[in-house]
Design a protein around this ligand. Structure first.
Ligand SMILES: [Zn+2]
Length: 81
């Protein structure tokens, strides 16, 4: 099942406060607009152009494997196909 493959894809998001990276599952990031830094516990904005692109690009590569999951998780648009 593609579900597990997409679910295991980690994305590294950099904290603006401490400049450290936190790994998060892509499927979790798709549903959120912020996340908590694992190092300094600051709130990291996931809606910045950089983070939006990063999450989107990673999600798109997962989409080939877990299309149904991504379509369900993403709220911002319909798949082109
Ligand atoms: Zn931090």
């Amino acid at each position: 099942m593609g579900f597990s493959t997409a679910d295991l894809t980690l994305l590294r998001i950099r904290c603006d406060g401490c400049k450290q990276y936190t790994d998060k599952l892509v499927t979790l990031l798709l549903r959120r607009t912020t996340m908590t830094c694992a190092v300094c516990k600051a709130s990291i904005d996931l809606t910045t152009p950089h983070n939006v692109l990063l999450i989107k690009e990673t999600a798109q590569s997962c989409e080939r494997i877990g299309a149904a999951l991504i379509a369900q998780a993403a709220t911002e648009g319909e798949p082109v196909k």
